[in-house]
Design a protein around this ligand. Sequence first.
Ligand SMILES: Nc1ncnc2c1ncn2[C@@H]1O[C@H](COP(=O)(O)OP(=O)(O)OP(=O)(O)O)[C@@H](O)[C@H]1O
Ligand SMILES: [Mg+2]
Length: 335
Amino acid sequence: MDTYPKFPKIKNLRVNGFYGYKDIFMEFKDVTVIVGKNGMGKTTLLKLIHSLLINTSDEYLVSICNFAELSFTDDESITFGGLNDEFKRILLEKAVDDRIDEIQKNKKLKSKKTNSIKKIIADMVFNDLFINNKLSDTLKMHKDAIFYTEKTEKYIRNELKIRYISTVNISFNAENNVDVGNSISTNLLDLATNKEMIELLKNDNRLYKDAFLEQVNIMLSDTNKQFFTSDNEYWVFDKNTNKKLTLSQLSSGERQLIYILATAANIGNSPAIFLMDEPEISLHLSWQEKILDVLRKINNNMQIIIVTHSPAIVMNGYMDSYVDIKNIVMRYNHE
Ligand SMILES: Nc1ncnc2c1ncn2[C@@H]1O[C@H](COP(=O)(O)OP(=O)(O)OP(=O)(O)O)[C@@H](O)[C@H]1O
Ligand SMILES: [Mg+2]
């Protein structure tokens, strides 16, 4: 199902000492849906990926794992935390290989001799790293810091858009009213949605706007409603009552759906990582089954990572994307 990786995407995640007693290894596709019961660590895992990507909250990462490495399809990576033995071994091997390359270049060494001198060079590199403390410098650099390879840092800073949507938070925001300064009260979700909608209407590129409208209307047709836009306005027409409805008159689920889809549309041409925690909370089963398809049709540039209780999310053609959290989390000691 995966399309050719036009942009570097997340390839895999390795975590050591998750909550101090678990390891995680998992691979990602264009769409990855991690399903598991309550308290299995889904939200924590998603927040961990988000923290690595946006380089925040070292303290948060320290409290949930010892080491994490997020690798991309171009073999660049983001790492956090103290190095484990496996990583030290990889570092050492890489240092040996680099030295061999260097020597081969300088001495035009024939490759058949390589193996016989590999051990000598390994000893040299080993002594260099340990006796001259280069490894401990590397270790120090990695301890409690998020470390980007140069290419990844540029990619994240200049190109990659990262969106984190927590439905628990947006359903809370849907009910949480604020006074916007003119004694007009609105809620945080409508404010956020309005901002996304204005951005979408302003965009000259019709492609994402049209895709948004088409898909939002597929969803709204379930309840006999239709979404309309002009140059600077948007509204929903309720065919049951022949009335125009504003955002605030829509149901909480409808408003959340519009927010999610508008956010996806606004990503536009950029490569993006779209993280979602429990999108099913506000969605009826038939919308749960459609949401992935709808998101992909609005924007095909984003890599989607979802954590959820609801296997219904993958039912409509996305079985390949299903990951059971039980299969990626390993405890240190199996009782
Ligand atoms: N530092 C920690 N050490 C050990 N366990 C922890 C730690 N922090 C949180 N937990 C446990 O991890 C679980 C919370 O994980 P998380 O919120 O990621 O679960 P979830 O899979 O998203 O659950 P839900 O489906 O209910 O949202 C809780 O059971 C909590 O007790
Ligand atoms: Mg959760």
